[in-house]
Design a protein around this ligand. Structure first.
Ligand code: AMP
Ligand code: ZN
Length: 455
């Protein structure tokens, strides 16, 4: 059965098929901005995309190419580096490593390519230069380059922004580019290249328009072109990226390449807290570490994030996590009761529900109905297939053996920062303080682990 997914552009359900004769399914997923820990709202989007990736792997074995970028230069990353008086690359590496560790804990498959914006400056410049040559972009006196929205008839097709709204586009955008708003010819035009400003410090690159840095939107157009080609099969992200980010990506890519950018657009809905979007700006967020400190397992969070339909908003409550642990324990007990001889597959309808617009609540309902019917005769491979699709790894213990006390985590964070600042004396002192509380800090390449000290 093919995967059927709601397409935000046609506003209809459409089947997913690779469009190109090589049979490779080209999948681009907008990745994180690496200036702070991703919160569990961000991870709802990444877990939903991981579910999609897993279904694609089952449907097109060895033929999926998944690209997810890292936004490692923008207003937020630059501001964070300035506030901390640290090099931009050091800050973005710290949060990239943390993002990878959290993704691994949540059992998300790694993308096949994970390109960075700073690693693709020439590609972005080439694309902007092509847009300028074709009359879709103009320079301003401050050394910036803007995309001329009125030059692209198709603008607004994805988000259905009306003419009137476009004029106040930057106000609607939620991510206003006030930084350089003065110079634009039209309110809805957006920056492709930002001329160097004192606030950018030493973050700039040479370009045909002088020193500066790319605007945010161009990186995804340039990186998907480089790694997947001019036309991709599927482009995804959280619903807040629909406008202006994805609208702008379509405009840039189609005006540069002269061909369709993406066959299919999929947007998953937000995680809410008390009815409001979980976001860094509202400060109403939880990180995976905070939940772990409370004794919750990453697997329980993954389960709780998957329990709601991905295209419906999901209100997060801490009570969802013990319920998820209980569900995982039932799945674990069922798995242990399966015997090799079984050959029935009561889970096929659950997989079909996932393939039908990622209907996770329906799929989990079917799984638990099958669980209640008992393990007799059930093929272990059938159960394992649906577990793989959901990314539920039952081998890990539901809870960490001992929850790490917050004061130990605090000391570990301080020690990590001291190490990053090469303050070895302070790092040693903090190691001692952690040991005094009965814990050891294990240094890893991309982070650290805490475990009770061996007696
Ligand atoms: P960012 O790091 O801000 O670029 O966001 C990374 C991803 O998380 C994007 O796809 C956003 O759409 C998504 N996102 C941000 N906030 C939430 C939320 N509260 N719930 C679900 N997804 C979110
Ligand atoms: Zn993007």
């Amino acid at each position: 059965m093919p995967i059927r997914l709601f397409d935000s552009l046609s506003r209809d359900y459409r089947e997913l098929h690779p469009a190109q004769p090589d049979g490779v399914f080209r999948f681009y997923n907008c990745g994180p901005t690496v200036y702070a820990p991703a919160h569990i709202g961000n991870f709802r989007t990444f877990v939903v995309n991981d579910l999609l990736r897993r279904l694609l792997e089952l449907e097109f074995p060895d033929k999926v190419k998944h690209v997810r970028n890292l936004t490692d230069v923008d207003d937020k990353t630059i501001r964070r580096a300035r506030e901390e008086s640290r090099p931009l690359a050091e800050v973005t590496k710290q949060w990239t490593d943390k993002f990878h560790a959290d993704c691994a804990a949540l059992n998300c498959l790694s993308p096949h390519v994970e390109p960075t914006a700073t690693g693709h400056i020439p590609e972005q410049i080439d694309m902007i230069a092509a847009l300028e040559r074709r009359g879709h972009a103009y320079r301003t006196d401050d050394g910036s380059v803007y995309f001329k929205v009125s030059s692209f008839d198709g603008y607004g097709a994805l988000s259905r922004v009306k003419e009137r709204e476009l004029r106040v586009g930057s106000a609607l955008a939620g991510k206003p580019q006030t930084h350089d708003a003065d110079e634009k010819e039209d309110g809805s035009d957006f920056a492709l290249w930002k001329g160097h400003k004192p606030d950018d410090g030493d973050t700039f690159w040479p370009s045909p328009w002088g020193q500066g840095r790319p605007g945010w939107h161009i990186e995804c157009s340039a990186m998907s072109k480089k790694h997947l080609g001019d036309t991709i099969d599927l482009h995804t992200g959280g619903v807040d990226l629909l406008f202006p980010h994805h609208e702008n990506e379509i405009a840039q890519s189609q005006c540069c390449n002269g061909t369709l950018f993406a066959h299919h657009w999929y947007h998953s809905e937000h995680l809410l807290v008390d009815g409001k979007k979980m976001s860094k700006s509202l400060g109403n967020l939880y990180t995976l570490d905070q939940l772990k400190e409370m004794g919750h397992s990453p697997a329980a969070l993954r389960y709780a994030l998957l329990a709601g339909h991905p295209r419906k908003q999901l209100n997060f409550t801490l009570e969802a996590l013990p319920a998820a642990e209980k569900a995982l324990a039932q799945l674990r007990a069922f798995r242990a009761a399966l015997t090799p001889g079984g050959n029935s597959d009561p889970f096929a309808p659950a997989l079909a529900a996932l393939q039908d617009d990622l209907n996770t609540p329906h799929a989990l309902g079917i799984v638990f109905t099958a669980l209640h019917a008992g393990p007799t005769g059930v093929a272990p491979a059938a159960f394992d297939r649906v577990l793989f699709a959901l990314g539920l790894d039952l081998t890990e213990p539901a809870k960490p053996a001992t929850a790490t006390p917050p004061e130990v985590t605090d000391l570990a964070e301080q020690r990590w920062a001291a190490k990053a600042a090469k303050n070895w004396a302070e790092a040693d002192r903090l190691r001692g303080a952690i040991a005094a509380l009965g814990w050891s800090m294990l240094d890893r390449k991309d982070g650290y682990a805490l475990e009770p000290a061996k007696k």
